[in-house]
Design a protein around this ligand. Structure first.
Ligand code: SAM
Length: 426
């Protein structure tokens, strides 16, 4: 536990200096493996994710309890971790504080008294601090201030639910590979293995208790994939018909490419700018027993990879801020800045422009993001429609379990916060 606190603090420190969590875990885990330190990766991950979710609150608490800036960033992060643990009220407070004090000694012996004093002070004044904390929106919801303001402005009714859902554990949602097994048969497999689940569509189900992916029956055999329900509906919304020629224009790791191929007999070209990520698509196709034409290339003005044959359907799942999936990528809440949205939206606009000439007349393009911010969604589409008179937006019909406002999915217990817009070419 002590080791876990210390290593979590090191990961959090990397995150706060601008590195994403996956990279931060890799660096900390690999450097500690070299030192032959026994580490419990899953415990460290749980601690780090939890404290990253809680960071807005622990920052506020530290500001209340500490007069001067804490110079040693590892010590500061250790306090964040311990405050998160204390707030959970799951473990013995005395043990948490003692372990944090011992961990502090390993960072800087002189700081252990300071850590002890802060944590004990927190325990004494917890209720008063909670009252103060509730009056500060960044602390109460645990997001950056600009983020809370933006969500409040954009979602007059749902803003609080959106912020709260973003701080919860994400559902583990599976998509059944219809080409290999039906949802009913797969549900029986789960029942036989004592895995509690809920069927949510004819291909989707939610596993009720967290499971390691390799422990899910049928994964290696290609019977299922992990995919959020909000993303699973892309195939349906794209209105795919058999024998069509389809371009997945920003395709890696291939979740939507595979979904399309599982549902229909179609010819899919999967384009991806990043070579390593393009290989991920190939791996996923292989595991699922599917085939697509995977191209390592860029969607751009030139489209140098293109053979001139037009597509019936284009899926354009553009890179975005990922603000609709913060419960899965907790680092996003702290790494993204307001000015990033402009950069994303410029790139997104250029990508739609680059994809449009590849579409057949009468064909349909589905624009997708996993963002909840209109800059990257509605604004991009409106700008595009104004410039391209041959583009007409078509109404979309969603399954009952999907909550949306004008195609903006409102993150819920069933799905993430994606955005969709379907454009038809005259
Ligand atoms: C949101 S992800 C796509 C997720 C994917 N559709 C899925 O469901 O698994 C966006 C992808 O677009 C790729 N990308 C970014 N710019 C691109 C470009 N100009 N051409 C092709 N791919 C691009 C990124 O590398 C990234 O893998």
């Amino acid at each position: 536990m002590q080791n876990s606190q210390l290593l979590s603090a090191k990961v959090l420190e990397k995150l706060l200096s601008g590195s994403n969590l996956d990279k931060s875990f890799d660096v900390v885990f690999s450097s500690n493996k070299n030192n032959n330190i026994e580490i419990q990766e899953s415990q460290i991950k749980a601690l780090t994710y939890g404290s990253a979710r809680f960071l807005g609150k622990s920052r506020f608490i530290i500001n209340q309890l500490v007069k001067n800036k804490i110079e040693n960033k590892t010590v500061e992060c250790l306090i964040h971790i311990a405050l998160y643990q204390l707030s959970q009220e799951k473990f013995n407070n005395f043990t948490i504080v003692n372990q944090a004090v011992d961990a502090a000694k390993k960072i800087d012996f002189r700081k252990s008294k300071f850590v002890n004093a802060i944590l004990r002070n927190y325990l004494r004044s917890k209720d008063d601090l909670q009252e103060l904390l509730n009056q500060d929106q960044a602390a109460k919801y645990s997001y950056q201030n600009w983020w809370v303001n933006k969500v409040r402005n954009e979602f007059k009714k749902d803003w609080e639910q959106i912020l709260e859902i973003g701080n919860q554990h994400p559902p583990l949602t599976l998509r059944v590979n219809k080409k290999l097994i039906s949802i009913e048969k797969y549900s029986e497999v789960l029942m036989r293995n004592g895995i509690d689940h809920q069927i949510i569509s004819n291909t989707g189900l939610i596993i009720k208790n967290p499971l390691n992916i390799n422990d899910i029956p049928g994964f290696i055999e290609g019977h299922i994939s992990v995919q959020d329900f909000g993303a699973q509906i892309a195939t349906e919304l794209l209105d795919v018909k058999k024998e069509q020629k389809i371009l997945d224009a920003c395709a890696a790791p291939g979740g939507k490419t595979c979904n399309i191929l599982e549902s229909n007999n179609v010819a899919v070209t999967s384009l991806e700018i990043d070579e390593l990520r393009a290989n991920k698509i190939r791996e996923n196709l292989k595991r699922l027993g599917l085939e697509a034409n995977v191209i390592h290339g860029a969607l751009s003005n030139d489209n140098l990879w293109w053979d001139g044959g037009h597509f019936d359907r284009i899926l354009l799942d553009v890179p975005c801020s990922a603000s609709g999936i913060v419960r899965r990528h907790v680092d996003i809440k702290w790494l993204r800045q307001m000015h990033d949205l402009k950069k994303f939206s410029e790139k997104q606009y250029l990508l739609v422009r680059s994809a449009w000439p590849l579409l057949k007349s009468g064909g349909k393009l589905l624009y997708v993001t996993c963002s909840i911010f209109s800059d990257e969604n509605r604004d991009v589409i409106e700008r595009f429609k104004q410039e391209f008179s041959d583009a007409k937006e078509i109404d979309l019909i969603y399954p009952n379990k999907v909550k949306h406002i004008r195609n903006q999915l409102i993150p819920s217990k069933n799905h993430d916060g994606l955005f969709y817009a379907l454009l038809k070419k005259n």
